[in-house]
Each structure stands twice: as C-alpha cells, then as structure tokens.
Design a protein around this ligand. Sequence first.
Ligand code: ATP
Ligand code: FE
Length: 335
Amino acid sequence: IYTLAIESSCDDTSAAILCNDKVLSNIVARQAIHEEYGGVVPELASRAHQQNIVPVVDVAIKKAGITKEDLDCIAFTQGPGLMGSLLVGGSFAKSMSMALGIPLIAVNHMKAHILAHFIDEAGYEKPTFPFLALTISGGHTQIVKLTSFFEMEIIGQTTDDAVGEAFDKSAKIMGLPYPGGPLIDKFAQEGNPKAFPFTKPKMPGLDFSFSGLKTQILYFIQKNVAINSNFIEENKADICASIQHTIVQILMDKLKLAVAETGINKIAIGGGVSANSGIRATLKEAERKYGWTTYIPKFEYTTDNAAMIGIVGYYNFLEGNFSEAAVVSKARIEF
Ligand code: ATP
Ligand code: FE
C-alpha cells in the first residue's frame, strides 16, 4: 500500500511516501521567514505552504521512486493547527485524491505525534499496548493512555503553556532566536543543572502548568541583569541547564504519578520537545531506576513531519476508515 501523506499544520510543509509501514521519503521544507519575527506568523506560514506544497510533494514522490499513479491513498493533517496552514495541505490533498480517484484520510496531528512510533524503522521497537504517551510539542503537553491503535484517552494535559513554549519563551527572555528550544538544549550540555534552582509549579494530579515557570525565569533574569548587564552571557550554559533540568523534572514527576495511577510502565514520547537530550537521557535512566520500558522516536519523526501522518493513514486504510471529500480542516479538534 502506497500512502502519500501531507503535513501543514504550522510552519513546516512536509510530504512523505510510505510503502505499508515503511517510509520511502519524508521531505520537510522549513520556513526560515518566522525567525525574524520571533515566532510563527500565521499569514506568512500559509503563503509559504502555498509556494512549497507542489515542489515538496513532487520531490517526495520522486525520491520514493514511484509515480503518482502508484498511490493507494492520501492522508493529510486535519488539525489541530493554524487554520490558514491546514487549509493549504487539506485542499491540496482533497484535489489530488479526487484527480487520482483514491481514498482521502484525515489525520489528527497530535495522535500522529504518538503513532509515529509504529513506523517500521531499523533499530526502533514499536510499543506494545497498553502504553502511556507523553506528547511534548510547541502547542501541546499531554499524557495519553493507549489501549489500542485507535483507542486513546488524554489523562493529563497543560492548563496554560505547552512545554515547547516554556522552552521557546525562556529562550526569548535570554535573547536567543526562535525557536529557542534546541538552543537551550545545546547550551545546557555545558552547564550545571543545579546552578540556579527554579521552583516547580504545584499542580495537582496529572495536569501541567508552565506559565509560572516562565514568569519566574523572567524575573530572575531581569533581577540579575540589573545587577550585572553581562549576566546572561557569563552564565548562559548554567541558566540553560537549570531551565532544562526544571522542565525535565516537572515532566518526570507527572510521568511517575501516571505510572503509579495506571499501573502501566511503558512510556513513549513524541512531539518536537522529545528531541531534547535532557529528556532522552532522563528517560533512559528511568529504565534502569524504575524498570520502565521507554520508546524514544527517531529524531526526524519528533518535530513536525508527514511520515507520522502517513503511518496513521496506512492503519486507517487497512480498516477502511476513509474521509468524505467534504471533510473540513479544524484549528481545534476533538481527540
Ligand atoms: P503541535 O504539535 O503542538 O501543534 P508544533 O507542531 O509547533 O506544535 P513541534 O514541531 O512538534 O511543535 O515541536 C516544536 C517545539 O519543539 C518547539 O517549541 C521547539 O523549541 C521544541 N524543540 C525542538 N527541539 C528541541 C530540543 N532539543 N529541546 C527542547 N525543545 C525542542
Ligand atoms: Fe507538531
């Protein structure tokens, strides 16, 4: 089964070709334009998708070594995301499925971040059910309990900012360019994670809160810069390591609680922040310390990519779950 998958929920235009559960190509066109603005500008994102979508799909098909006539179905991101961005990928997918006379499959982006683990990839094991997923991305922070490929339930989520935002906003406070998450990770490698102790939010149950941490970091930086204008430059690695350490501890506290409450100790991470080296190392350590089984996706399937949309498309194709041509893109979508 050849699946063409299209992802355009935010600022990356991506197309992938899968043969069953194997990825033949996974092309991502990043939009550099947003760096100048310190965040994604929706209007600019949708225009860039409009420019990129045809060449990106073309390259994905060529790189896979197939022709469009070989395709069996087209999967696309229905939501959640930026409406103007979603509409470009959605309209393109619809038109192409009509032109080729093949089924269309609408995919939930957040479920795809989790189900990316089911891509057949050498050296990566697929999770076995039931398992817990920690989805940590630019717009979401969720703990999800999965009992089958199609049955999943959110058991905890953020009540304000997402983890990715906590990273990006902290980076912005430090004057680092957008998106700052990967930069905090990079500088943290050289720093002392205990140099600046930040307090963790007191959030009951499995829900998260990150906005207080952001404010705490803002005041901390302002206070110190007022005393020493070179404070950030001189302590960059230590500040980054301390921020990262605090965020990782917040995530770990909730995961431990989720394991205790559900009795499930298999944990898969997904979403852009799962590229973070601190989280990866801490989870590996938890395998030894607590006997958990953890699943960490291949780097290219962590941030937004069409391959993860394609794997959900393929499993739905096998079940005959197709979408109507009248299916609509949704900025917010029921899980
Ligand atoms: P959503 O999936 O919720 O709609 P999104 O698609 O914008 O949001 P992703 O592409 O999954 O988000 O993830 C992007 C986020 O991941 C950004 O906030 C970015 O800073 C963060 N990120 C990427 N790499 C790292 C890293 N190594 N350490 C920390 N954060 C990272
Ligand atoms: Fe995403």
